[in-house]
Design a protein around this ligand. Structure first.
Ligand code: HEC
Length: 315
């Protein structure tokens, strides 16, 4: 918000009306001398044309004030003086302020500290933009999933906010998908916890690095979640571990089907508790100790149409 005119210009243009009683030292020609000067000029015009060419234009300009009292010396000096005069000198009777100048003079001035606030705006904008970037996905489903993982289920406390591991195993770089190819086996493991199957193998036997053995991490047990979370919350936490932290592809047919089923339950306000028996009936016996495999049609199995033990039925 630059002013339309500089302060210097303002003083030049309106100085006379702003400070009617001051005499400018820069501009010795003051209002009261104008008539005198005009007199001199007309006098000079009558008797002009003598040796005035000797006077340089520069000195004539500097001596404008002096030239008023001294007799003008020639046309060049006079021309210079005449040219200098209107620019340097305010009009004898300053015109009344135009409305916008009057308004500018009358309005309340902005306090100087406000500039500090204005200077803070870019900093605020940057930090605001930073917070906007936090949820990479604006899908409410993923926001809720992150909340269960980080807050409701407290999983982040032992597995890390980015899934890099801690007391519990890491999920990142598809680690979790290589342990549990299908979400439903992971649901069973999280729901009943590791102590319930302490010492038993679980997860994919073909897993690189070997099949997991419960309790082998040596940093305590994975706490059972079946009474702490609802079925939807359990699936949301696992969805976050697999898709967001583990980097599994959400566009595979199995994942599309599973994600949509979680979304439907979430949007329907489903608060059903975890049904461990149902989960065990859907799980793969090669990966989940105690899996009953007595649900070959996979009716009611969470994890989407292809999300459970499709291979399990054969194995
Ligand atoms: C108190 C710490 C703690 C909390 C909280 C916790 N876990 Fe664990 N989790 C562990 C430990 C320790 C293990 C490994 C136990 C073992 O040695 O078998 C584990 C193992 C797991 C595994 C098996 C991973 C693999 O690759 O074998 C999964 C899946 C898992 N946790 C998911 C979760 C989820 C989901 C939550 C939140 C609802 C959660 N954990 C909360 C400590 C925790």
């Amino acid at each position: 918000m630059e002013p339309a005119y500089s302060c210097r210009e303002c003083v030049r243009l309106y100085g006379a009306s702003l400070f009617p009683f001051s005499r400018s030292t820069e501009h010795p020609d003051t209002v009261t001398e104008i008539p005198e000067h005009l007199l001199k000029r007309s006098r000079a015009r009558k008797g002009g044309g003598d040796d005035a060419a000797a006077a340089s234009a520069g000195s004539a300009v500097e001596a404008t004030g002096a030239a008023v009292s001294a007799a003008p010396t020639g046309p060049a000096a006079l021309a210079a003086a005449a040219a200098a005069t209107p620019a340097d000198k305010p009009a004898a009777a300053a015109p009344p302020d135009p409305p916008y100048i009057a308004a500018a003079k009358a309005r309340k001035k902005m306090p100087i500290w406000a500039m500090g606030l204005v200077a803070c705006v870019p900093v605020w904008a940057l930090s605001y933009a930073g917070t906007m970037q936090q949820p990479a996905v604006e899908d409410l489903l993923y926001i809720d999933a992150a909340e269960v993982y980080n807050v409701t289920g407290g999983c982040a406390g032992c597995h890390g906010a980015a899934g890099a591991g801690g007391a519990g195993y890491a999920f990142s770089n598809k680690e979790i998908v290589s342990t549990f190819p299908n979400p439903v086996d992971q649901m069973v493991h999280v729901a009943r916890g590791s102590a319930a199957i302490n010492g038993e193998p679980y997860g994919d036997p073909e897993r690189p690095g070997g099949q997991r053995v419960s309790g082998a991490k040596g940093s305590g047990a994975m706490p059972a979640q079946k009474d702490a979370l609802t079925q939807v919350q359990l699936e949301l936490a696992i969805l976050h571990e697999r898709i967001v932290l583990g980097g599994d592809d959400p566009t595979t047919p199995a994942n599309v089907s599973w994600i949509e089923s979680v979304r439907t339950k979430l949007e329907g306000g489903d608060t059903s508790p975890v049904d461990l028996d149902l989960l065990l009936s859907c799980a793969d016996p090669t990966m989940t100790p105690g899996a009953t495999s007595d649900n070959p049609d996979r009716t009611d199995c969470p994890g989407g149409e292809a999300g459970g033990g499709e291979q399990a039925a054969g194995g």
